[in-house]
Design a protein around this ligand. Structure first.
Ligand code: CO
Length: 293
């Protein structure tokens, strides 16, 4: 008698354990209530002026997708370190996604705020892929950077033409300064210049670290006997590159090089993310991931 009841008690306990663990397992997976989130990922900038750009993106995203929490991460370790020393803590994409997992988000749209699909974007792809494999979210999808599809290219051409200073005359040049990279995606800059020049032959696109460089842009402008040029950063923020490499007083800044070549230069210190024309392209890229949720 004693033996039988022990057996049944044991069986009942075992059954409870099995059901409880099954309930826990389903609670961890399908049974979680849907919680959507957006993670915006920028390269980052330690320049105070860049905050204008990021604040504008944040505002536009929240207007476009009301009710969906928006989080931020910076891909640049150097920038995050620099900001941390000033007491400003920003997450890497990895940490931001882990925190969102902790907060029980189920569906996350990660939006790259990079300009092209270069090295930083592809690092982010790997991070998002790792979170996909771990299965902590039901869906985690990465949106394209600014300049990705042919449609983006046409929208960018229109945005550039619209944001050129009004006082610029047609025989004066506009020189855009892209970042440039060793990554194969660097080809986008020359492709953009080709498509811009179909609309306005005096718009040029150069890069700080890739092709075309400022020497080639100078050569093209001198061939056209251009006397004056508006210099504009083709980067989301008017940070260090815009202030120093583009408009700085040093001998190797674009301003100094082109002025020495006889071209009067007017620098415009405003990043693309300060104009809604560009921000709306990034924002529209969040539609892709969100349409799968
Ligand atoms: Co740089």
């Amino acid at each position: 008698m004693m033996k039988v009841s022990r057996f049944w008690i044991g069986a009942a306990v075992l059954t409870m354990v099995v059901f409880a663990s099954a309930a826990l397992a389903s609670g961890h997976g399908d049974a979680r209530p849907m919680k959507k989130g957006i993670l915006l990922v920028a390269f980052g900038s330690s320049e105070a002026s860049a905050q204008v750009s990021f604040a504008n993106i944040d505002k536009r995203v929240k207007e476009a997708y009301p009710g969906i929490p928006v989080r931020w991460a910076y891909t640049s370790y150097i920038i995050r370190e620099k900001l941390a020393k000033q007491g400003q803590l920003l997450d890497s994409p990895e940490v931001a996604l882990a925190k969102m997992q902790d907060e029980k988000f189920t569906h996350v749209a990660v939006q790259s705020l990079h300009t092209i699909g270069g090295a930083e974007y592809h690092d982010l792809r790997r991070t998002v892929g790792a979170f996909k494999m771990m299965g902590g979210f039901e869906r985690v999808i990465l949106g394209y950077p600014l300049m990705s599809t042919q449609e983006d290219m046409q929208r960018i051409v229109a945005a550039i033409i619209k944001t050129i200073p009004k006082e610029r005359q047609k025989d004066e040049a506009v020189v855009l300064m892209g970042h440039g990279t060793h990554h194969p995606s660097n080809a986008f800059y020359a492709a953009l210049m080709f498509q811009l020049q179909l609309k306005d032959p005096n718009i040029f696109v150069g890069t700080v670290e890739g092709y075309p460089d400022v020497g080639l842009i100078q050569e093209l402008m001198l061939k056209k006997e251009i006397k004056k040029a508006y210099l504009m950063p083709f980067m989301s923020v008017a940070g260090d590159h815009a202030k120093n490499d583009m408009a700085g007083a040093e001998d190797d800044s674009w301003m100094s090089i082109l002025t020495k070549a006889g071209i009067e230069c007017v620098p415009v210190l405003k990043g693309t993310a300060e104009y809604d024309e560009f921000v709306d392209i990034w924002v529209s890229h969040i539609d892709g991931p969100l349409s799968h949720f």
